[in-house]
Design a protein around this ligand. Structure first.
Ligand code: GLU
Length: 325
């Protein structure tokens, strides 16, 4: 009797186990968004996007999580390898991956790349120790500088500036390749005279540096930069606002890119639509999630820096909401 009951129970359990997933046949889409170093702006930006996605779909069929990464170049490689589904990347890196140039010359064009929307401007930012006496680009040769880790957009854009200026590795007393989260401490420990960051403002890394030692931001504008801007329309002049960091009261001129959110054509249309809707329907809330988002503008976010075709899900949302024709 006992034996029979147990067998019946087991049978019922087995039927329930089989029937359960069929009764709840909704697919869960696990989304991983590749960002950057934890003290940059990509990481909290990814967190803000995921938070809105996870909160704002009634069916809860999408679960978004954030991954800290080496930065733009690494994110685009991970997207192509399908290790992540979404990424925050610099607009110049997006273009390079789409065309298969620069760091992407060996892998070739990624025709599956799709853009969703762009975010804020990322000026090339040179943070120097005040005692290093770096007040313009011409003071940089002979100094110890950190140009960022391989895989970061920082390093990639700085290498372009170095080519434009005619600088080589041996132009500098030392050339480092630290991750974003390591740069502030290395600067304040006097391991470097300056570090590069292509980043939105304010950024955690630069706040950390300015809080722990005396810094200045170096204006990034001279004839070579003006020439670079003429040859590369993907870059524009960009101002780093004053009064965001201790000791930096004036606006600092530079050039830069915009941060963009990209995916691939394999992301299902309704999922891309839901992602864009979560951010754009809750825009005021989104803007409050990071100070670098405060001046975001919906219309600009549908066009700036997006060289990869818009994902059809994003396109549908933008059309439905009159953001594009
Ligand atoms: N622009 C940097 C990169 O592409 C990352 C900046 C950030 O993490 O906010 O690697």
């Amino acid at each position: 009797m006992l034996f029979t009951a147990t067998r019946r129970q087991l049978l019922l359990l087995a039927i329930a186990a089989l029937a359960f997933p069929m009764a709840n046949a909704t697919t869960i889409n696990q989304l991983i968004i590749g960002t950057g170093s934890v003290t940059g702006v990509y990481y909290p930006a990814g967190g803000a996007i995921c938070r809105l996605i996870n909160k704002n779909q009634p069916q809860r069929t999408i679960r978004c999580s954030v991954q800290a990464t080496e930065g733009s170049i690494a994110n685009l490689q991970a997207l192509q390898a399908q290790n992540i589904n979404l990424a925050v990347v610099q607009s110049d890196a997006q273009l390079a991956a789409l065309k298969g140039i620069e760091e992407f010359a060996s892998t070739g064009p990624n025709s599956a790349l799709r853009s969703l929307f762009s975010l804020y401007a990322e000026p090339l930012t040179i943070v120097a120790r005040q005692d290093a006496g770096i007040n313009s680009l011409s003071d940089l040769p002979g100094k110890r500088i950190d140009i960022g880790n391989p895989g970061s957009g920082d390093r990639s854009t700085m290498e372009l500036l170095m080519r434009a200026e005619g600088w080589k590795a041996d132009t500098f007393a030392q050339l480092g390749g630290l991750k974003g989260a390591e740069r502030a401490q290395a600067l304040c420990d006097n391991q470097f005279d300056a570090f590069i960051y292509v980043v939105g403002h304010p950024s955690g890394t630069i706040k950390e540096a300015s809080g722990n030692c005396d810094i200045n931001l170096v204006p990034v504008m001279d004839d070579a930069v003006k020439q670079l801007l003429k040859q590369h329309p993907e870059y524009t002049t960009a101002m780093i606002p004053g009064r965001l960091y201790r000791g930096v009261d004036d606006d600092i001129p530079s050039f830069g890119v915009v941060a963009t959110v990209v995916t691939t054509e394999s992301l299902p249309e309704p999922v891309a639509y839901a992602i864009v809707k979560a951010v754009f329907d809750n825009f005021e809330q989104f803007k409050r999630l990071h100070p670098a988002f405060s001046s975001l503008d919906k219309k600009r976010m549908t066009e700036q820096g997006l060289t990869a075709p818009l994902h059809p899900g994003a396109l549908r949302y933008f059309k439905e909401n009159g953001l594009i024709k």
